[in-house]
Design a protein around this ligand. Structure first.
Ligand SMILES: [Zn+2]
Length: 498
């Protein structure tokens, strides 16, 4: 049990937690978004990040501070919190990103942890090796060994009460990620960033991001706080939280603003092409896109268009984070992920990759929550459907059993009559009022829901080979009927006029 992280609520693999940061004397609620603060360019004053945006924690780069003469001595003298004017928790990066970009940096883990301690960081980072995606396995393995040595050096370092990150690398090899997660989890380090995600995130390779996170999580302890390093686009927060990430950092709000890009929960828009702002944050409520465009280069306003765009980008990201937390509390996180998945095909790939791991999600998914809404083909693959199919094998059945979609009472000579509801399949009427069978399902049932229901019938039949089962279905598609085992007699209720 890691005593600095407490998990309060679960939904899918997402959770609301409390991360205690002892050196800062604060407890941060997760999922948390850490705005990235460039120590040289304060796009938004850190004090305002806390007061106006609700940031409880931010991240800055100790390597940049250490290698910039102009600010290094000042930060050493004043301490990081006074230098930035921020009372919350401050995480510092180590220069690993620079190592990945430029191939070489002039600092060891021992030196940079010592520097982070001296400037007053609350969460420090060793010099790991962020292996990019798609490299050959030999390189991924070799660099993972270097990262393991960096973690060992960090464990041996004098930390002065700082928490310390244990990055999980492994490139695009799920087994290496899992092994790296297991290794990191066995150290006495505290927070677990899934690293080198930026190339995948920038290329919208969300399915592979989900695979990397799930692989890392299979190795990590269930109560380990997980940071998706470099992820801060509002579009993918719900997906990443549902996959099991607790911490995010956003450089995107500032970087995108520099290029005139406007973030939304459905993707990225270009200020140059916008006629309306579809948002009610203070920036969008007070300006039109045309006004912001005209501000460029005028130099007369208090804030530049870039700053205002950065503020909008951050507002929309924190707003989405609050929406994600509310969804976890009400048990509707996967409904939110489903809605977000409609914003971009790459997001749909990410959602489908997540549902490929429904068995893993099922372990932490609450048994009961707000009504299940069937809103897409993907709903048929949710962990609740899988759990119901597993439960079917444990229910007692008579010798002769009728499963039917019809609600009409009938005289019959069966031992029992069970309801059938796509996508779940059969269940005794006594369970009708229990989650998830209270689901709201559209009248016009689709083939995916019928197919999932047929799999439920198959699972019941497999567990009870001696029982004579008859299935009354409402004109199911051939693809669904093909999943019904041969031993089950079928009747099409529609052709029978029922
Ligand atoms: Zn806005």
């Amino acid at each position: 049990m890691r005593d600095h992280f407490e998990i309060r609520d679960h939904d899918a693999a997402g959770r609301i937690g409390r991360l205690e940061v002892p050196r800062a004397g604060v407890t941060v609620e997760t999922p948390a978004l850490l705005p990235v603060v460039n120590p040289n360019v304060l796009t938004i004053e850190p004090r305002r990040l806390a007061e106006e945006f609700g940031a409880e924690m931010l991240i800055t780069n100790s390597y940049i501070i250490r290698s910039t003469d102009r600010i290094r001595d000042r930060v050493l003298e004043e301490g990081l919190h006074d230098f930035l004017g921020f009372d919350g928790a401050i995480m510092t990066d180590s220069g690993s990103f620079q190592l990945a970009e430029y191939g070489d940096i002039d600092v060891t883990t021992e030196e940079i942890i010592e520097f982070q301690r001296r400037i007053g960081s609350d969460v420090a980072t060793p010099v790991d090796v962020p292996t990019p995606p798609d490299v050959d396995r030999e390189r991924a393995e070799r660099e993972l060994e270097t990262t393991k040595r960096a973690l060992a050096d960090a464990e041996a370092a004098e930390t002065g009460g700082m928490l310390v990150n244990a990055p999980v690398q492994g490139s695009t090899f799920p087994d290496l990620r899992e092994e790296a997660g297991r290794h990191a989890s066995a150290t006495d380090l505290d927070v677990f960033p899934v690293g080198a995600m930026v190339p995948l995130l920038n290329a919208y390779r969300y399915a592979e991001v989900v695979e990397a996170v799930r692989a890392a999580k299979r190795g990590l302890a269930p109560d380990a706080p997980v940071h998706l390093f470099g992820a801060g686009h509002p579009m993918m927060l719900a997906l990443a939280v549902a996959a099991g990430c607790d911490l995010f950092d956003s450089a995107a709000y500032a970087l995108m603003a520099r290029d005139g890009r406007y973030l939304t929960v459905a993707g990225t828009e270009h200020l140059a092409e916008m006629e309306y702002f579809p948002c009610s944050c203070p920036v969008c409520a007070e300006h039109t896109p045309a006004e912001l465009r005209e501000m460029d280069g005028s130099g007369t306003s208090e804030k530049s268009a870039e700053q205002l765009l950065a503020e909008h980008n951050l507002h929309v990201t924190f707003e989405e984070l609050r929406r994600v937390k509310a969804a976890i509390r009400s048990g509707t996180l996967l409904d939110l992920v489903d809605r977000r998945a409609r914003g971009h095909p790459a997001m749909l790939d990410g959602y489908r990759a997540l549902l490929d791991h429904a068995d893993e999600l099922e372990r932490t998914d609450p048994v009961s929550k707000d009504a299940f809404f069937y809103t897409s083909h993907e709903s048929a693959k949710r962990p609740e459907v899988r759990r119901h199919h597993e439960r079917l094998a444990r229910l007692a059945v008579p010798d002769r059993l009728l499963l039917t979609e019809s609600n009409a009472p009938s005289t019959h000579d069966y031992g029992a009559v069970w309801r059938v509801k796509p996508p779940f399949g059969p269940f005794p009427r006594a369970l009708s009022e229990t989650y998830p069978l209270t689901a709201e399902v559209p009248e016009r049932v689709d083939e995916s829901a019928q197919t999932a229901a047929a799999e439920g019938v198959a699972s019941l039949a497999a567990a009870n080979p001696e029982t004579a089962i008859t299935l009354g279905h409402d004109d199911w598609a051939d693809a669904a009927l093909e999943r019904v085992p041969d031993g089950v007699e079928t009747e099409n209720l529609r052709s029978l006029g029922r």
